[in-house]
Design a protein around this ligand. Structure first.
Ligand SMILES: [Zn+2]
Ligand SMILES: [Zn+2]
Length: 277
């Protein structure tokens, strides 16, 4: 058994890189992919420890991209072990852009006599610091009653302190991963929220044509029927099936590493082998 989707405290999980390796071995896993949001720091830190303990660690990442005006999570796997300097520099430039936007958002709020600092936001959000973390702090400090109010009054698109964020187009995310010898994989397709079967099929078919290598079939949000449906669609479109728990540690305590929610995730070793071929 393997788990190809997990997060450490380098993004929004709670396990340190060493803890997640320990937990993977305790769960009886042969292999693990750390797929933190927008950063390879958790994977890089875990790698020597995983080698020492004999856990097969696959290099991965999860990016937020934009496709047809919707946010789409794109997983990337790097079977050679390292996406290389060009991809890493690109990630750094994305982080710098995000940080710049947060700094401008904090400054705009300060100018409105709303005391939220970039340091506070980064302490909460780490590599993913962004608007939800601004909202949390605005609630904590009593400027607004709810996160919704924080968005409505200040940080939503028509809020008083809004700045546009350039999200990476799905096509670019796929191309960058391909250029780094990576395998781009559509994450948790159930979260696209397409209720009409035909629409969902058309959407995924179009995304696949941009150069996807695989699609997540097993995921904590997929029940048995969803896993069967996405497995069949992946086979039809020639996409590799992948899967994982999307473990976040105690941040999402009902999700277990390797097995998901009440054992709804089971990812065979053959799927990892498929990614490596
Ligand atoms: Zn995701
Ligand atoms: Zn995830």
């Amino acid at each position: 058994m393997v788990d190809l989707h997990s997060h450490t405290d380098a993004s929004d999980g709670t396990d340190s890189p060493e803890q997640i390796v320990d937990n993977a071995l305790a769960a009886g896993l042969h292999a693990l992919a750390i797929t933190d949001h927008d950063t390879l720091a958790g994977h890089d830190a875990a790698l020597p420890y995983a080698k020492e303990l004999g856990l097969d660690l696959l290099c991965g990442i999860e990016l937020s991209t934009k496709f047809k005006n919707k946010t789409v999570h794109l997983l990337g796997y790097f079977p050679s072990g390292d996406p290389g300097p060009a991809f890493r520099e690109w990630l750094t430039s994305l982080q710098a852009k995000r940080r710049d936007r947060n700094i401008r958002l904090a400054a705009r709020l300060q100018s409105m006599n709303v005391d939220v600092t970039i340091e506070e936001v980064e302490a909460v959000g780490r590599s993913m610091a962004g608007r939800p973390h601004f909202a949390r702090i605005l609630v904590q400090k009593g400027y607004v009653a709810t996160s919704q109010e924080a968005f409505d009054r200040y940080i939503a698109e028509n809020g008083a302190a809004f700045f546009e964020r350039d999200e990476v187009p799905l096509e670019e995310g796929i191309a960058r991963m391909r250029a780094a010898s990576g395998k781009p994989v559509l994450a948790h397709p159930v979260r696209l929220g397409k209720r009409v079967e035909m629409e969902e099929r058309a959407w995924i078919t179009e995304a696949a044509a941009l150069g996807l290598a695989g699609m997540e079939v097993q995921h904590s949000d997929h029940n048995a029927a969803a896993a069967a449906k996405y497995g069949a669609l992946a086979a039809t479109l020639g996409l590799l099936p992948t899967g994982g728990s999307d473990y976040h540690g105690t941040f999402k305590p009902n999700i277990r590493l390797g097995s998901g929610i009440n054992g709804n995730v089971r990812v065979p070793l053959a799927w990892l082998e498929g990614l490596r071929r």
